[in-house]
Design a protein around this ligand. Structure first.
Ligand code: FES
Length: 145
């Protein structure tokens, strides 16, 4: 049911962890299943993503898509990272079963939320970026997921 690439990224997820003092942090929840994804971005002065890490309380497809999404945005500018849609991530993984497509949205939304956080902290506007709808604010998230 899953492609080899999905299984690979699920079993050996890339870029799992946290970044201390990250340039931007985004946490989003999936309304359908309640799963949560957090992405940390380290962005340099030129707006290039030097490092990216993720933590999730989510299903296998969410792990695989986040792993692939972090690989795709690493080394890109914030504008280029915006082009990494869930569709692009799914294509890079050779597809996902239809019932799991919503899981791939978590990664995209978490990256957008982290970029939003970065833009707000630096008082800049990133062309084409909107505040993610499923953004979970610091106040109502649980401490220890
Ligand atoms: Fe929740 Fe996949 S079932 S993210």
């Amino acid at each position: 049911m899953y492609s080899e690439k999905v299984m690979d990224h699920f079993k050996n997820p890339r870029n799992v962890g946290e970044i201390e003092n990250a340039s931007g942090v985004g946490t989003v929840g999936n309304a359908k299943c309640g799963d949560i994804m957090r992405i940390f971005l380290d962005i340099d002065g030129d707006g290039v993503i030097q490092d990216v890490k993720f933590k999730t309380f989510g299903c296998g497809a969410a792990v695989a898509t986040s792993s692939m999404a972090t690989e795709l945005v690493k080394g890109k500018t914030v504008e280029e990272a915006l082009q990494v849609t869930n569709k692009a991530v799914m294509e890079a993984l050779d597809g996902l079963p239809p019932v799991k497509v919503h899981c791939s949205l978590l990664a995209e939304e978490a990256i957008h939320a982290a970029l939003w956080d970065y833009a707000e902290k630096n008082g800049i506007k990133i062309e084409g970026l909107e505040q993610p709808k499923n953004d979970i604010s610091e106040e109502d998230e649980e401490e220890d997921y």
